[in-house]
Design a protein around this ligand. Structure first.
Ligand SMILES: *Cc1c(COP(=O)(O)O)cnc(C)c1O
Length: 828
């Protein structure tokens, strides 16, 4: 009775020949096409399914391993998973890229071409969603029993195009050609309730019970996607929920004979998982968003309790079997939902339920900006989730009682700590719920954690000292080095072996080659080839010629005022003016590349995109510049574009106002690929400086403490404007329409934001230091050996920023889970 999946089935062969047989089978039996009719999409589908076949048995074995050993599992709850493409990653993690390439070649296809048609799974906005994807990769690589839970949005992050310099948003219909990686589980359905009312009644045992009745129900249907770890031993599961209308709901109308209304309502409830909200960092408090949050949280908790119940008859061991990580506050309604399930549905006492809940949950904070902290109007919660509001009141009441005993007589402290913000329209502070209901809260970089302890969560640090810890973010070296940069990966492996793939600290062994001329030359050659490839893409896509020997100066990230793409533009305009003046023969040729999406409703960010494009138009077509400066805005920044841009960077721009970027992960990807970083003392930049040596970074500008001090002393941007001729010239050009003569006041609001409305992100205060630092970059680029030496030292120092290290810290300090490797007999 061996129903174990072992990698010996007919679809599991890893040889080129076996892969070729599978491709041929799928061509006929999946695509139903002749060789001659198959489109590139068909070939992608066929290749993906061939690779998927090899994943499935390992996946099933992994799930069985966890089940049989009844292990403690971590559930990573995230409203976003920015996965990107899967084929390349799956092939590399299974070690079957060469075979696939060769087998496709036999069939007259090129792997590179076939892989290019895969749509990105862009179920996230930026850093937060990409972190979730990196963490899944590390959890599988480390053989940790983990599940990702989220929403299967039908439309992910919008596709950005630029028309006449303006961002246009297009729907991302990523499922149009089908998604070969997902397994729909139509039998795996959970009801999720909304609205209705709560009835209380006294049970015969004397206890008060609560029933949530007259609800509108939506069904959550599971879609599973395998997540392979490196080496392919462990394949974890990402389970995403799609909304399906509930049958009950339909029947009400069918019985009244209103067929059309029933179908219309069905559509409406399925709208829940239709589209990802495209806002990065800011919240807008829309009801549909709250419903999305509760929808996936409720389904996920039902699913994990169902799994627990298969092995256990009571709840005592729940915290020994379940850890739940909340990726930001987006899933934090889970704390109230767990209490509801335990108290109302499974009839535990409040105290028992609270003990279980707080031992299970932990919360990751991703922002310092008070305006970005998520709150919901009490009235909205009362309407959408009436029972949860009651539970939140009770949690709050008990918590405040406890604080009152601890700190008697401090009424203001209670107000500040309360889950309910009573100042101006009552609102529920989700971060407070998340902190109170969790046993651990973490920031995502050392500086970020120190700052949240001192600012937004200072009161919590006082009443529950030690709960807030730091776990610095990381990125997966599999995707961000091995997959994105095969040239550099091969070179590194040649010198120090391939252990860096699972032990990134080994990169430090590159230090001994930093001065080695042969290694330097090879390192430069790889970078040069990557730059030439990007130049080719830019020529083909945008018709812009760039010089592959110029400095590739790259800023890629969401467009946001705090990330200061505008400061970058002030430097570009300054360089432009210097070159035009003819007084600066020492300016090295430079190509500034900017990419990123603006939230569709964020007008200032969209204006910044337009300015970049307007400046590019002028700079790139000015004969006096003679190709010494180019500015390129690359449209539609996503994971796949990041994989192409990152390996080609010489200079990485990480120039947020100190104290605003929680961690950043783009900074890590670029340095790992041999870019030098120009940065402020913000987020993880500080720790990057510690690791690679601050002498090997270009750091400039105000520290977080100095920003704070200057703001409190009264910051006057005009004094900087009046005191710096180059700055004044650049700003005047923006304000007077130098870059948009057809509409001279197009950038009035930008100028006003800086000069009249206080320059909140202090670009003017940092301008001089930034320009001086860029001058140092310019100087160093004259010396290719020294530049290369420092780039090598940067790569060598990036070991800490593997998210394997990040995940190990979560596993040991927060989740208390251990690796579960396959049995020796099974790891064929
Ligand atoms: C890494 C990444 C980000 C995060 O970049 P930051 O510079 O840390 O803001 C955003 N979007 C994509 C597509 C990424 O790959």
């Amino acid at each position: 009775m061996n129903n174990k999946a072992t990698p010996q089935h007919r679809n599991a062969g890893m040889s080129k020949e076996a892969v070729e047989v599978s491709l041929g089978d799928h061509l006929i039996y999946t695509s139903s096409k002749y060789h001659t009719d198959a489109t590139t999409h068909d070939w992608f589908q066929i290749t993906a399914l061939t690779v998927r076949d090899r994943l499935v048995e390992r996946w099933m074995e992994t799930m069985q391993r966890y089940y049989e050993q009844d292990v403690k599992r971590t559930y990573y709850l995230s409203l976003e998973f920015l996965m990107g493409r899967t084929l390349g990653n799956a092939m590399l993690n299974l070690g079957m890229e060469e075979q696939c390439k060769a087998a496709l070649y036999e069939l007259g296809q090129e792997l590179e071409v076939v892989a290019e048609v895969e749509a990105d799974a862009a179920l996230g906005n930026g850093g937060l969603g990409r972190l979730a994807a990196c963490i899944l990769d590390s959890m599988a690589t480390l053989d940790l029993p983990c599940y990702g839970y989220g929403i299967r949005y039908e439309y992910g992050m919008f596709r950005q195009s630029i028309e006449n310099g303006i961002q246009m948003e297009h729907p991302d219909n990523w499922l149009r050609y089908g998604n070969p990686w997902e397994f729909p589980r139509p039998e795996l359905l959970y009801p999720v309730k909304f609205y209705g009312r709560v009835v209380e009644y006294r049970h015969e045992n004397g206890l008060l019970h609560h029933h949530w009745v007259d609800t509108d129900d939506v069904m959550a249907m599971a879609y599973d996607t395998p997540v392979p770890g490196y080496g392919g031993k462990t394949v974890n599961n990402m389970r995403l929920w799609a909304a399906k209308s509930s049958r009950d709901f339909d029947l009400r109308y069918f019985n009244q004979g209103n067929y059309i209304q029933a179908v219309a309502d069905k559509n409406e409830s399925e709208n829940l998982s239709k589209v990802l909200y495209p806002n990065d960092t800011t919240e807008m408090g829309r009801e549909l968003r709250l419903k999305q949050q509760y929808f996936f949280v409720s389904a996920s908790l039902q699913d994990m309790l169902f799994r627990y119940k298969k092995k256990h008859s009571n709840w005592v061991q729940l915290p020994d079997k379940v850890a739940v990580q909340l990726n930001d506050t987006h899933p934090s309604i889970a704390i109230a939902e767990m209490m509801r399930l335990m108290v109302d549905v499974h009839h535990q006492t409040w105290e028992e339920a609270w003990e279980l809940t707080t031992r299970i949950f932990s919360y990751t904070n991703h922002t310092l900006m008070p305006e970005a902290l998520e709150t919901w109007p009490v009235a909205m919660l009362e309407s959408v989730l009436p029972r949860h509001l009651q539970i939140i009141y009770e949690i709050n009441h008990r918590f405040l009682q406890q604080v009152m005993h601890q700190f008697p007589g401090d009424g203001e402290l209670l107000q500040r700590l309360s889950i309910i913000d009573e100042s101006g329209g009552r609102r529920v502070r989700m971060s407070h719920l998340a902190i109170i209901g969790s046993h651990a809260v973490n920031g995502v970089a050392a500086l970020h954690t120190e700052l949240i302890k001192r600012t937004i969560f200072a009161d919590f640090e006082r009443v529950m000292p030690g709960k807030i810890i730091n776990i610095t973010n990381g990125v997966t070296p599999r995707r961000w080095l091995n997959q994105a940069n095969p040239g550099l990966s091969r070179l590194i492996t040649e010198y120090v072996g391939d252990v860096w793939l699972t032990d990134l600290d080994q990169l430090k062994r590159l230090r001994e080659f930093a001065d080695n001329e042969v290694f330097q030359q090879q390192f430069r050659a790889v970078k040069q080839a990557n730059k030439a490839r990007l130049a080719g893409m830019i020529r083909k896509q945008l018709g812009i010629e760039i010089d592959p020997s110029s400095i590739f100066d790259i800023q890629i990230k969401r467009i946001h005022e705090y990330k200061r793409q505008l400061l970058n533009m002030l430097h570009v305009i300054t360089l432009y003016n210097r070159i035009r003046s003819g007084n600066h023969p020492d300016v090295m040729p430079r190509t500034v590349i900017i990419a990123g999406k603006a939230a569709p409703g964020y007008t200032m960010a969209k204006r910044i995109i337009r300015l970049v494009n307007d400046v590019a138009e002028v700079v790139n077509n000015d004969q006096l510049i003679d190709g010494k400066l180019k500015l390129v805005f690359m449209p539609n920044y996503d994971v796949s574009n990041a994989e192409r841009i990152v390996p080609a960077a010489d200079l990485s721009e990480q120039i947020s106002t100190a104290g605003t970027e929680a961690s950043g992960t783009g900074n890590m990807k670029l340095a790992l690929n041999g870019a030098l970083t120009i940065c402020t003392l913000d987020g993880a930049n500080v720790e990057m400086g510690d690791e690679v040596g601050t002498e090997n970074l270009f750091m400039f500008g105000l520290s977080a403490a100095e920003v704070d001090l200057l703001r409190r002393q009264g910051y006057d941007p005009l004094s900087y404007y009046n005191g710096n001729g180059e700055l004044k010239q650049a700003l005047d050009m923006i304000a007077t329409g130098y870059f948009c003569p057809d509409e001279p006041n197009r950038y009035q609001e930008i100028s006003d934001a800086l000069l009249k409305n206080g320059d909140h992100f202090m670009l003017l205060a940092d301008y001089a230091a930034y320009i001086a630092c860029q001058d140092k970059v310019n100087e160093l680029y004259r010396d290719p050996k020294e530049w290369t030496r420092r780039a090598i030292l940067n790569v060598a120092g990036m070991g800490k920023f593997s998210c394997d290290r990040t995940v190990r810290e979560y596993a040991e300090r927060v989740w208390h889970v251990a690796p579960i490797e396959p049995m020796a007999s099974e790891s064929t």
